[in-house]
Design a protein around this ligand. Structure first.
Ligand SMILES: Nc1ncnc2c1ncn2[C@@H]1O[C@H](COP(=O)(O)OP(=O)(O)O)[C@@H](O)[C@H]1O
Ligand SMILES: [Mg+2]
Length: 259
């Protein structure tokens, strides 16, 4: 297994006591999979992703990537967040080069690699622009290029399309599927958008709330993932099944939280 999330739990000390946010999470991901984790708001999705990214440490359990325990952040794990984390004063090219600069990669190689990935995300013509000259979808594509330029083993995305309008979001879904198929990179993405999860994933893990536990694993078998698939019965059946699960487990968490 490429990614092994082995019995992860996470507690936070809060003013009102010990808060268990994640409990006994077990998830295995093969190289080249596109996996989505879905759960209601507050179910611990971002907390889980932060543990995988190495930005935080689980209270118990272990995460291994390619057999190596995660001990801290690494360029091996590319991160994309919901809110564009581009530097507004740097050009698209400079933003894309940023991680390489931190790694001490030479100027020439930085330029070449960033240009390559800006081409991969279809933004070569915008290399000299500043982020505020770009649309939301384009900014997210820069964020993806910036993560890919370090040639990570896995791309971790936390609600990457959550701030986009519906049309931009749909075109980004097609874009990321195409990118995944071309680069064969392993992707772990987080969403509370049921259609997004079904459209993108080959497997989905459904989290309950408070504490976040894996309630269900779904395998999605779609022959093709073009825009038209959303009108097909098989897509709609998956979507309805996931919606029911999310309602069930989201509500369970909310009831538990009130007690
Ligand atoms: N550093 C922290 N200290 C205390 N509580 C936290 C911390 N980080 C997250 N939480 C709590 O953990 C729960 C899950 O948060 P989060 O992982 O952001 O959920 P999601 O991404 O699914 O919306 C929330 O109740 C949140 O308040
Ligand atoms: Mg979150």
């Amino acid at each position: 297994m490429f990614v092994q999330i082995d019995n992860i739990s996470k507690q936070f000390q809060t003013q009102s006591g010990n808060l268990t946010v994640l409990k006994n999470i077990n998830i295995n991901i093969d190289r080249g999979e596109f996996v989505c984790i879905v759960g209601a708001s507050g179910s611990g999705k971002s907390t889980l992703l932060r543990q995988i990214a190495g930005l935080d440490t689980p209270s118990s359990g272990e995460i291994r990537i390619a057999g190596v325990p995660v001990k801290g952040p690494s360029p091996d794990r590319g991160m994309v967040f919901q809110n564009y984390t581009l530097y507004p004063w740097l050009s698209v090219q400079e933003n894309t080069e940023f991680g390489l600069k931190l790694q001490g990669v030479s100027k020439r190689e930085r330029r070449e690699r960033a240009s390559y990935y800006l081409n991969v995300v279809g933004l070569s013509d915008f290399a000299r622009c500043l982020p505020n000259e770009l649309s939301g979808g384009m900014k997210q594509r820069v964020a993806i290029a910036r993560a890919l330029v370090c040639e990570p083993q896995i791309l971790l995305m936390d609600e990457p399309f959550g701030a986009l309008d519906i049309h931009t979001k749909e075109s980004m879904h097609e874009f990321i599927i195409d990118l995944w198929q071309r680069t064969k990179i392993t992707i772990l993405s987080i969403t509370h958008d049921v259609e997004e999860a079904v459209f993108l994933s080959n497997r989905i893990f459904v989290l309950s709330s408070r504490p976040g536990t894996v309630k269900k694993e779904m395998t999605i078998n779609l022959a093709e993932r073009g825009a038209n698939i959303k009108r097909h019965t098989i897509f709609q059946d998956y979507r309805d099944e996931l919606m029911v699960l999310l309602r069930q487990y989201g509500a369970e968490g909310l009831v538990a939280a009130k007690v």
